[in-house]
Design a protein around this ligand. Sequence first.
Ligand code: DMJ
Length: 588
Amino acid sequence: LTSKALDDPRVEAEAPGLKLANPAVLPAPQKADANLGDYPELSPQKPPKPPPVRRGPSSLQIKPPRRLKPRQDPIKAVDEPVQAEKEEKTEKSVISWRGAVIEPDQSTEPPSNKVKESEKPSSVEAEDQKEPVPLNDRQMAVIEAFHHAWKGYKEFAWGHDELKPLSKSYSEWFGLGLTLIDALDTMWILGLKEEFEEARKWVANELVFDKNVDVNLFESTIRILGGLLSTYHLSGDSLFLEKAKDIGNRLMPAFKTPSKIPYSDVNIGRGTAHPPRWTSDSTVAEVTSIQLEFRELSRLTGDEKFQKAVDEVMKQVHTLSGKNDGLVPMFINTNSGQFTHLGVYTLGARADSYYEYLLKQWIQGGKKENELLEDYMRAIEGVKKHLIQRSQPKQLTFVGELAHGHFSAKMDHLVCFLPGTLALGAHNGLTADHMKLAEALIETCYQMYAQVETGLSPEIVHFNLHAQKGHKDVEIKPADRHNLLRPETVESLFYMYRFTGDKKYQDWGWEILQNFNKYTRVPTGGYTSINNVQNPRNPEPRDKMESFFLGETLKYMFLLFSDDIDLINLDKYVFNTEAHPLPIWVPA
Ligand code: DMJ
């Protein structure tokens, strides 16, 4: 959706005058590739392995942790997990929506009421027999980056929400060890056994949700609930499911509103919820991007209340007026249940993951919830009709915004989730046009990095619609030139590589990783957001490592550089919007 950076007054406080840190703490800018010397083990990538093959799953299997064994649980995590959704006998058929032909499903059968044996975490045992795929140099570089980030977090911010790598301290948002929880499944996927075990101990002994603290429903769902659920699935360790149930229950008061559209904030200790102080509105993306997690929690626990609450939101949003060819406004009122601030449409902050979760819920649920698919397909048509334009001089396809009929050539970096989502839809049988659009958009997202002095994208760009001598496609306003170590472009590169096997996507990701290392790496440990992507001599470090750098950015990098399509197989898993993989519900 949006980083809290957009709404959080602390951002201002932490970036007074954008003169934050002593630039000397960041490594001096070096020539491209020069920092390879920092990593003795790095060399250009080895000869390419055969491109990934598109294949459907035999059945849903939980990917075996590479180099990590699932914990042997003495206690059974939950009684027979139950899928909250009613069993339905649906025939495999070709669905067509406005010309979109959906191939008969090769990858997912209708879900049954029960989670099958093969879906339970213990099924990792079987796959553990498989030969581990050796890591390549680029993956090793990601592991090195993770170690460096973790070093800073461990030394200066252990158990706290976010590392402040320059001041060698931490910041709290919810006071729940956000970075540690967000990073759990990344450590599992990267095979970092020691770090994972240490973090697990913290979760077991220190993580307490019975705290008088206000948390944001969306952020804590995608980062904490999502992180715990995916770690449970990967590790098979019931500790994480117990914690997920605890936080899930504590978030439920948010849904007690006149309209059943949830409030933005919940006090997880007191069990009270409220909207932000200045309004009774919630953000549309926030209330429509918690579904994957709550639905999965219902399936695992057998308690329908989680899924019912979030399905109700989708049901209402589906029928609301105020949409523009499937595009939604950015706010919804918790009293009336109606959209507010009508007439403004964006794929960026406050709306982004609404679109992402339409598709992903459809995939999660076995591609049978047709309303979700309809809303998704209609929205992408709306994007094409109202928001897509081409820039000058390079004719880059971009997604702008619409405000009361006026087009703005503004695009948030957040929008760069879209190529990946479009590609995922196409992989799941939606129209090939979506893949074409994905290919064009990922090129644009890459250019948002490549056309900038540091090779890092700013938070927001404006595209030039008219050719002007000496002007690039991408213009950056002073207020928008920060980079928060966000994942969206790398995320989309990962999907594009998985589905096409085109090595250029890996190469683009590799460039980005090197630029993160050049301009955001803090020698004493950790990475930092920066205030000025246009000044390679002084990118103005912000002194903040967002939890999604470990939860998402480095995870997607690692997966992007992998040629193993079974390393989080996209026919078996769907990533939540914080990069936490959740299982696609199994065949009946
Ligand atoms: C993350 O919390 C999620 O990816 C969210 O969907 C958008 N904002 C950040 C990353 O940019």
